[in-house]
Design a protein around this ligand. Structure first.
Ligand code: HEC
Length: 253
């Protein structure tokens, strides 16, 4: 998935993007050679390495303002706004508050996962033939999320002082992730514990996302995931029995 051909092509694309930016924006290139601006509307966007723990802290506290998806996006983009500038300065992070509650309260994909996919795809870029790292980092985050005892990350100054249980969702979905945790914790949706839990989950995802983006930035990222459609012949989570019980329907392939 991630061979030398991909790498060299990506470097070429980044150079082209930087060249275009130079040509169209004159002296707007930052002195730091790592930082390149891109022309408005162009994609992918420049990235510089970030500190995972700093990012997680930002995500935790932003959750209380813009909830999970907005928090993950804000934690990364607020830093890149400072370190890179445009196009991050113009990106309306707060618009992504709608990712709360599994997208507009429907309990579908956990907003932290949706936010991680938005960030990784803006930074890594289009799915071009054999180079789809952006998509795969999103998939990688969701696999990790599903397998992890969440929340993984403990904030330095938590807004809820006590300890809370950790649960494994086996799913990237808000409904299942939050529901399993609420059952284990015996706490309702509006409780400070649940809010602290989801803020900590957003922080955990932001941490993992930046680890992966940093690895990718240093050409050290190797995807461990494969598209579910290649494995099952349909887009799905792998834990069929969770929803289908003992009678998993078969697909015509
Ligand atoms: C998050 C829950 C969930 C998971 C996980 C899941 N499914 Fe489903 N799946 C459903 C629901 C709900 C339906 C609709 C069922 C219906 O119409 O009776 C469905 C429908 C299907 C159908 C269409 C045919 C039918 O009988 O409904 C197939 C085939 C299928 N699933 C296969 C799978 C396989 C294989 C996996 C694992 C690789 C899987 N599913 C994982 C929830 C899930």
């Amino acid at each position: 998935m991630h061979n030398n051909h991909d790498l060299s092509r990506r470097k070429i694309l980044v150079s082209i993007a930087a060249g275009c930016a130079l040509a169209t924006q004159g002296n707007s290139i930052f002195s730091n050679a790592e930082v390149r601006t891109v022309a408005a509307g162009k994609w992918p966007w420049p990235y510089v390495k970030l500190d995972p723990a700093d990012t997680a802290e930002l995500a935790y506290h932003e959750w209380y303002r813009v909830f999970c998806g907005g928090a993950v996006i804000s934690s990364v983009f607020s830093q890149l706004r400072e370190k890179v500038g445009e196009p991050y300065r113009s990106f309306p992070v707060d618009a992504f508050v709608f990712l709360e509650g599994g997208i507009a309260g429907w309990g579908t994909i956990c907003g932290s996962n949706a936010g991680a996919n938005i960030v990784s795809n803006l930074i890594i870029g289009p799915r071009i033939a054999d180079s789809d790292d952006g998509v795969l980092i999103g998939s990688e985050v969701m696999q990790w999320y599903s397998d992890a005892q969440m929340p993984v990350y403990t904030p330095k100054v938590p807004r809820f002082p006590g300890t809370i249980p950790k649960t494994k969702s086996d799913s990237p979905l808000c409904h299942i992730s939050v529901g399993r945790w609420m059952k284990a914790a015996g706490k309702p949706l509006k409780s400070p514990e649940r809010r602290h839990r989801c803020a900590s989950v957003a922080a955990s995802v932001a941490y993992r996302l930046v680890e992966l983006l940093n690895a990718w930035h240093e050409d050290q990222y190797d995807s461990t995931v494969e598209s579910s459609s290649a494995i099952y012949g349909v887009y799905t989570q792998g834990n069929c029995a969770d929803c289908h019980g003992s009678s998993i329907p078969t697909l015509s392939r």
